[in-house]
Design a protein around this ligand. Structure first.
Ligand SMILES: [Zn+2]
Length: 489
């Protein structure tokens, strides 16, 4: 058991407790708050001490002291204030950004130095570690979406986009919280080489890839998409006649017009995977999907998916993200159709405002997976792991399973129109990062980008993700399964 002691009980204590609770599950340890350091508890193996004064070295337990900074200073931060620490050892995360830190005395053995000043930021000796970087407030800044609250811009759908970030886009490139979790785990190991950590994922899997499909339309093709697929730069078929022929094959394939649910679930089954399909139940906005839940294609599709072990979730309409009460009705429609409970879902167009989590809670939904970027890949919450949302004032029971990667970001919506080969370079970076952190890569691959006659290579790209995950001991899993596993930790 790991204890944590928060020295300053007056300000930022609740926020620090929230961060320790989230980190405990990510690191894989049981954590308990210790209010008085002189109150010896035999069950404590090591302590995190968070505050302004370094405790006596002759502490009862090995400890990691994390210097607390003034969190309110975040409001004045600019991209120039972001620091980076660099590891002195090869077995620790090589670099991690930080937002706030203090100057403090250090121990004889340096572990991390500041990239700009070369000052030691983390060091250790015998049974203690000194950390001048305020890991807790940096994690809180990400997990509580503080950066979004500071941003003044919102798009037409009231969405936050990556380039509105007051601290610049770069902060979302890698999962800062996940790298700190790896670092803290390694610091604990340094102090207690025999400390037991709970498994990150079942069956000794190293990492997990959560598969989901937002069902926005049944058919594969639109005119715009066909035109783009026929561009030589986008296609694995370099001969224009070959490309045209392939497109014709695809256009005449009944599965491409009547739903790919059978094709997708079989494909996943072959790779030992399951996934979650998010369906919309109403058409409330001109950009909401237009299919009807009651149509035979959808009813049959859902039956096939459930038979193969896939989950059905809710794809919230655009107005349901900003109007209370709609999600509940939409959820009931799907529950009535499948005669089962819905656990979670994702908003169509990734619409999300400060009020949205409360609407999800009111609808008695247990997890949301909306928080990703519409036009970029990346770590909007600073983490790839599930975590409890924090609404600006308090921790919510609602779990967020952050969305990291969408097919459309790479191809359809992106300004880059990446070919499958170029898209793989981006995807592999995220897979490698996830594997290093024992993390979770949540993917949304629209059903309409998976089809038997693969003109632009994105079905093959999806297969490549499944294969890579299998070969690297990853868990290919649905979002419901992730949620259940996480709650069991
Ligand atoms: Zn959608």
């Amino acid at each position: 058991m790991i204890g944590y002691n928060i020295q300053n009980k007056d300000s930022f204590a609740e926020q620090a407790r929230y961060v320790f609770r989230q980190l405990a599950r990510i690191i894989g340890v049981k954590m308990v708050e210790v209010f008085d350091l002189s109150d010896t508890q035999a069950t404590i193996d090591a302590m995190f001490i968070y505050g302004g004064s370094i405790p006596e070295k002759k502490s009862e337990w090995p400890f990691i002291f994390i210097a607390q900074s003034r969190y309110d200073l975040n409001a004045t931060l600019t991209p120039h204030d972001i620091g980076t620490i660099e590891a002195k050892r090869a077995d620790m995360p090589q670099h991690i950004l930080y937002l706030l830190s203090s100057e403090m005395a250090q121990l004889p053995r340096p572990l991390y130095i500041d990239r700009g000043t070369a000052h030691t930021k983390i060091s250790w000796d015998q049974n203690c570690v000194f950390c001048a970087v305020d890991v807790i407030s940096t994690c809180f800044y990400f997990l509580s979406l503080e950066n979004e609250r500071r941003a003044t811009d919102r798009d037409h759908f009231r969405r936050f986009q990556r380039d509105y970030s007051p601290l610049g886009e770069e902060i979302y490139t890698y999962p800062v919280v996940d790298r700190y979790a790896v670092l803290l785990r390694q610091l604990l190991q340094l102090l207690l080489p025999r400390l037991f950590f709970n498994a990150a994922w079942p069956d000794n899997k190293t990492f997990a890839v959560a598969l989901s499909h937002d069902v926005d339309r049944i058919q594969t093709w639109t005119m715009r998409k066909a035109k783009r697929a026929l561009r030589a730069s986008n296609s694995p078929y370099k001969n224009p006649v070959g490309r045209g022929f392939r497109l014709a094959q695809s256009l005449f394939s009944p599965e491409n017009w009547l739903g790919n649910f059978n094709f997708i679930s079989r494909l996943e089954q072959r790779h030992g995977a399951t996934s979650t399909f998010f369906f919309i139940s109403q058409h409330r906005h001109e950009l909401d999907p237009t299919y009807k839940l009651s149509s035979p294609i959808i009813r049959q599709g859902i039956e096939t998916l459930r038979k193969r072990g896939c989950d059905i979730g809710l794809h919230g309409t655009i107005p349901s993200a900003t109007t209370n009460g709609l999600l509940e009705l939409e959820k009931e429609d799907i529950e009535f159709l499948i005669n089962d409970d819905i656990f979670g879902g994702r908003q169509h167009y990734l619409c999300y405002t400060d009020d949205t989590p409360q609407f999800w809670q009111n609808a008695r939904l247990k997890y949301d997976s909306t928080l990703g970027f519409s036009y970029h890949t990346g770590y909007r919450c600073g983490t790839s792991f599930p975590f409890n949302l924090y609404d600006g004032a308090r921790e919510l029971p609602l779990i967020e399973i952050p969305l990291i990667l969408m097919d459309t970001v790479l191809f359809l919506e992106s300004k880059q129109f990446l070919s499958a080969a170029d898209a793989w370079v981006v995807i592999e970076q995220h897979l490698e990062e996830t594997k290093h952190n024992n993390g979770l890569l949540t993917i949304n691959w629209h059903n309409s980008d998976l089809h038997p006659f693969d003109v632009y290579g994105y079905s093959q790209l999806y297969v490549k993700i499944l294969q890579w995950t299998q070969e690297n001991n990853g868990w290919l899993v649905s979002l419901n399964q992730v949620y259940e596993w996480w709650c069991s930790k």
